[in-house]
Write a protein that binds this ligand. Sequence first.
Ligand code: SAH
Length: 218
Amino acid sequence: MMVRRADPAQAAVRARARMVERLRAQGVRDEKVLAAMMQVPRHAFVEEGLAYSAYDDTALPIGYQQTISQPLVVARMIELLRAGRELGKTLEVGAGCGYQAAVLSFVATEVYSVERIRPLLDIARENLRPLRLPNVRLKCVDGSLGLPEAAPYDTIIVAAAAASIPGSLKEQLAPGGRLIIPLGAGEQRLVLIERQGNVFRETRLDAVRFVPLLAGTE
Ligand code: SAH
């Protein structure tokens, strides 16, 4: 009799395919985003003990009181930023474990991802290394000041919630560029900012829950 053995790699591929189907059912339409979510092994970005939940639609702890964002929120944010254009040069504020940076690497030309907690950035680096993504650069800085050295950015994605839009981020957005950021203290909402010349058009979107955007590095 043939015994079907559990193959963890195959199980992860199946779990990921189910996650992508769920994202579709939840309304994500951008095929390029869905394909990117299918590429990135999310289980490799969480502690071994949490790997079985990696493809559930929840945020998970990654240490240092931070979390890996929920798959739907990652997909939604990138879909909103892409709508009708390419992401181009992208700045991510809040690398965390590096998961979203990996997803972005499949849909953006260049990804600069910054994190204020140095040991967390080291974890992100370790997580990303085996994927050999040639277009992702990580840096330990306070991302509320942006990353002037590579500015301007066609896209800025902020993975932590602020009370207001940091001025540096608006300044570092290229004309025609888009920025998405969770705003609000108690109740948070995703806000999409589109820059046309020196006009910044804001659209308030989904209610969300993110960890706070904090100043300085540690
Ligand atoms: N994108 C991550 C989500 C990380 S949670 C993922 O895919 O898992 C948000 C991260 O933002 C946390 O790691 C937190 O430390 C970081 N953060 C908060 N304020 C920041 C700041 N001013 N600059 C850079 N990173 C910041």
